[in-house]
Design a protein around this ligand. Sequence first.
Ligand code: PEP
Ligand code: MG
Length: 754
Amino acid sequence: MSSSVVGPRVLLRRLREVMAEPEAAQERLDKIVVLIAANMVAEVCSIYLLRPDDMLELYATEGLNPGAVHETRLKVGEGLVGVIANEMRPLNLTDAQSHPAFAYRPETGEEIYQSFLGVPIMRAGHALGVLVVQNRARRRYSEEEIEALLTTSMVLAEIAASGDLDDASAATRQIRAPVRPRHFEGLALADGIALGHVVLHEPRIEIGNPIADNMPFEKERLTSGLAELRSSIDDMLSRSDVARGGEHREVLEAYRMFAHDRGWAEKMYEAVATGLTAEAAVERVQNDNRARMVRITDAYLQERSHDLDDLANRLLRILTGHTDTAATGELPKDAIIIARSMGPAELLDYDRDRVRGLVLEEGTQNSHVAIVARALRIPMVGQATGVLDTVDPGDPVIADGEAGSVHVRPPLDVEQVYSEKVSFRAKRQAQYAKLRDVPAVTSDGAEVSLLINAGLVVDLPHLDEAGAEGIGLFRTELQFMIASAFPRMTAQMEYYRNVMQIAGARPVVFRSLDIGADKVLPYMAQSKEENPALGWRAIRMALDRPGLLRLQIRALLRAAEGRTLKLMFPMITEVEEFKRARALVAQESEFLERHGHPLPGKVELGAMIEVPALVWQLPALLPLTDFISIGSNDLCQFLFAADRGHPRLAGRYDPLSPVVLKVLHEIVQLASKHNVPVTLCGEMAGRPLEAMALLGLGFRAISMAPAAIGPVKSMILSLPAEELRNELLELIDLPDHSVRPQLAAFAAKHNISV
Ligand code: PEP
Ligand code: MG
């Protein structure tokens, strides 16, 4: 064996000649083992390939008993070959038989060979088989020999993955990646259950030809690919949304570090020097990294390994010119999109009729893509760490957006359980659908107005589907969040007009731009804040930079043309702020009137009650407002001084605590005293037990996610509201953590579905 990299180059050239011959795959393999054995001065060379039943089968050999071909089989993890496939790393032994995993197979006649070198045949992170050389004499194979064998195995991976071997010997033999079921627990980000097939948002690159024709050319390609990769990451880092910091920036910083890592680049250049094309070299090094990744237990290092893997994928896409996402390609009817992360606009690029579910390795409750997934009613699971490495396009998968779990290649029994769950949910939905036109009236005759929260045009059909009375909260910032630049006044106006037209006679309560905190506009520079939720956000920002708010008000006033415009302002903290916002509306109305534009028939202005300080100013505020709406998400976060997005605090305090209920009761009482309509539009309105408590406190209008209307209405129909009120008012002075148990007992006693 030559001690330089010339060895594999010569071998690769010969392999290419073999590959070019018009032969059946089996004959090719038979020739290849002879070539490798000769080139490596080995007495034995064998190829084991993984079958769909997870057995490694001897497909070709030079040196072992030919009768063992297609007879000798080992389980993954069994014998030396099984260990290599399982651990996806080479095994270099001077005395194979003394290794604890050695499994004796008499039919092979291998007992006379002492030294053993085996490497995995890898493709897209999976071991497809094992390539082995053996010698009689005891010896340790050199690093160069290991490298040579790894490079050669890239060519075999090509053959194994090509599918040419399907009919090589028996029709049933099919080479595929491991088919073991896998299960991941993540975060439930959008409700619903989806059964379908894997589509990788960023498709993996299939390498056509791993053997280089022209080595200097391949080196050059690698150099320019790396340069493009580095500059694309620098560009991303300088984008304003990223430059400000946050999680995304950290990921990109790590990317940059790896993209400039000399060790990584050198390994790839070395692989090119052994005779591989630039893309095959990237994959060779990526395989090593992946094999290491499996063994890393430290979460931080594992994360960094994922980054490196991602980076290699990016480089492969650059080298092959495949930069499009799966949205532009052919999709199966039941696509479940899998990605590491995704922006909201990227999700909107997909054909909604074909996307059943979304699974991300990242993603949080308030990420924009999650907001869009909920709006599109696409079940979504986030934080499914490691899922990308275990799936192949077309794999069956279940995304459970109710429990936050993902089942890859689910066993039949799991699939059955889920099919039943889906039909159960469908039945329940059908029951809710029957309630669509039934008025929401409690069992003792109180009428309740059920409204939906919306923010995108795709939300609007839900008005009809859910049978809602109107939109209680239209989050206008979503249009801004998914845009790539500030929407112009005319674009805003068209948008609002469209919303009002679709809503028809039903009221729509627009909320002025609520940006800042977790709602970031990618194109707007925002300074980093210590406490963004308590920072320069919502109405504070709007009043300091009134240009933006005035433009929005103008667009709303013009869009309303003859109708009633309902507009409310978020995060009002003192009466003065409401007065200033109201003054801007007056100013814009005058402006439009002066310029002869038609105005709304009526303008109603409201304040959101989200900041506790405002509760004590209600006697002064209420005479100035046409309505108020409680943003209980923010109100609770500020009452408890507990970040609403912090996963560790998620269940710590209960909105059904006496203190929250007491504050809410006080607000309803005051609103009724001043004859000012009050609604509540935070998440608690959409949970039946919480909604029940709200009705007990005296709320008669609540606004929620469209999917919650059915369950909440079903609760209302069997609720004796007055009786609950009497019981509840007894509870709100308790010093307890929560009165949830008492409310649940009330529901159970009265057979109320919550
Ligand atoms: C709230 O805070 O309850 C609310 C409805 O507004 P958002 O969730 O958009 O902050
Ligand atoms: Mg809010």
